[in-house]
Design a binder for this molecule. Structure first.
Ligand code: 1GP
Length: 229
């Protein structure tokens, strides 16, 4: 299946998607079955990735997830070493909110060796880090600043610049474990401006937060921390 086409179709029809994020660094193989049984039944995708993951751990995690679920497994890598062929697709991220060339293009170039002969579906994704109230791992590792939530216009312009550059998805990220998620106003304004699917994640812990992000215009929500607990 073409995983991007499926996301895009859902977005056009107004169907809401839910991705559960699994960090290979925190993943425990013996608990995989029980964990995957407990995720919400409307889960549409499993995202796998983290900010600092030991080599090979991603592949082991993907393999073990695939033993327990048929949901598509999409890589959401913190760096190029987290790319593994055993997943279904790859969010090919560019951190457009930041001004660190390492996460704008260097990591992408380093990944080419692994992707050249790969059958992984590559989905160009504009990754936009927005202030979630505290320093998050993305900020720490990428050494970039998130965009403050009041700078709505900058966020919208960054998302549109991503779309104009050929990105197929916009991902608004408040950071894993954020104190507060991306505001409804930001989601609404970005969704209104773009014509590609919108992913929102970071600090979403409740049904109420989930539903308000959907209502504001998110096509897909990513939840990690809530289910790690
Ligand atoms: C982080 O958007 C994801 O990259 C999910 O964040 O862990 O806060 O759910 P949480």
């Amino acid at each position: 299946p073409n995983f991007y086409a499926e996301i895009s179709r859902a977005s056009t029809k107004g169907e809401k998607l839910l991705a559960i994020l699994i960090d290979p660094d925190k993943f425990k193989e013996p608990e995989a079955g029980a964990y995957l049984k407990r995720i919400p039944k409307e889960t549409s995708h499993i995202f796998v990735g983290g900010s600092s993951v030991a080599k090979c751990k991603t592949e082991k995690t993907v393999n073990s997830i695939k033993k327990h679920t048929n949901l598509p497994v999409i890589l959401f890598p913190g760096d190029y070493s987290q790319i593994t062929e055993t997943a279904d697709a790859l969010l090919f991220l560019s951190l457009l909110s930041g001004r660190n060339p390492e996460y704008l293009i260097e990591q992408q170039i380093k990944s080419v060796e692994n992707l050249r002969n790969s059958s992984l579906q590559i989905i160009p994704t504009a990754y936009i880090l927005i202030d979630g109230g505290k320093e998050c791992a993305v900020q720490r590792i990428s050494k970039t600043k998130p965009i403050p939530q009041f700078q709505v216009e900058t966020i919208v312009d960054t998302a549109l610049a991503g779309e104009f550059s050929g990105k197929k998805l916009i991902y608004l990220e408040a950071g894993s474990g954020a104190d507060f998620p991306v505001s409804e106003e930001i989601i609404y304004e970005v969704k209104k401006a773009i014509s590609i699917p919108l992913i929102v994640g970071g600090g979403i812990r409740s049904r109420v937060q989930q539903n308000s992000a959907y209502k504001a215009g998110a096509d897909m929500i990513v939840m990690g921390t809530q289910f790690e607990k």
